[in-house]
Design a protein around this ligand. Structure first.
Ligand code: GLP
Length: 260
């Protein structure tokens, strides 16, 4: 894993966006994996800026979201279909037909999970998967004890995740109890992973994911087994890392040809 520690969330967003711009220049029909939550918002804002100034052309890009709530309509402003449209598809002018979100409203959720896996496969797989991390170490909505082999499926949300996400809803009891999420096996199939985290609330989860044992109690720790995983964090989210200076030195002394 490559760990990059940056002064602020804005810089995390700008550098992550630069990496994505480079990917799309090399592969104009790249398949991106999108995450919701507040962590990637700075990336999407920076990408939208690149689209505006003409340095990024997303005409050929397609995208798959990680997850969706079960039990709220697509029109609900906090459904991930609505969030992805508002934060990514619209500002980046992505072709809406090329952006998919798991169907959390399907009558048969198991079949919907399989369809989603088929769609990702048919698109040639995800080139770069953007990830946030939950305070309990979840990625997507793969809560602690999720199988490392899991595929897109229904999951029950933990109380911790429901209370962390309550800020997006009018009342805490409006937060859905279930979701349809890509599995850890699905996420690990992406050719490259880019996890971003900001703020001290993520410091313990980032330390466990990067330096702790690989355990399903911290689902993000599975990233240690990926060949190309980059973790970009701000100083606050990096606070629990014991090898912080090593990561800073390594990044500062990266050869030019390896720069993002
Ligand atoms: C959410 C999403 C995850 C996200 C995580 C952290 O519930 N399902 O994809 O990474 O929790 O969210 P935030 O970035 O808002 O802290």
């Amino acid at each position: 894993m490559e760990i990059v520690i940056l002064p602020s969330a804005t810089e995390v967003g700008a550098l992550a966006a630069r990496k994505i711009v480079r990917l799309v220049r090399e592969k104009p029909d790249a398949v991106l994996g999108l995450a919701t939550g507040s962590s990637p918002l700075a990336i999407y804002a920076a990408l939208a800026e690149h689209v505006r100034d003409g340095s990024l052309d997303v005409t050929g890009v397609s995208a798959f979201a990680l997850d969706e709530y079960v039990g709220i309509p697509a029109e609900h402003p906090e459904s991930y279909a609505a969030v992805i449209h508002r934060e990514v598809t619209a500002p980046l002018h992505l072709d809406p037909d090329r952006v998919q979100v798991p169907d959390g409203r399907a009558p048969d959720l198991e079949a919907a999970g399989e369809r989603y896996e088929d769609a990702i496969r048919a698109a040639g797989g995800v080139d770069l998967q953007i990830l946030g991390i939950g305070a309990n170490g979840h990625v997507g909505f793969n809560e602690p004890t999720s199988s490392f082999a899991s595929r897109t499926r229904i999951k029950t949300l933990t109380e911790r995740t429901r209370s962390d996400n309550a800020r997006f809803f009018d009342r805490p009891d409006e937060v859905p109890t279930h979701c349809l999420t890509q599995g850890l096996g699905t996420i690990m199939d992406a050719r490259e992973l880019l996890l971003v985290a900001q703020g001290s609330g993520k410091a313990a989860a980032v330390a466990a994911a990067v330096e702790g044992p690989v355990t399903s109690m911290c689902p993000a720790s599975i990233l240690q087994h990926h060949r190309r995983a980059t973790i970009m964090v701000d100083e606050d989210a990096a606070a629990g890392l014991t090898l912080g200076d090593y990561y800073r030195w390594t990044y500062a002394n990266k050869p030019a040809w390896q720069q993002f």
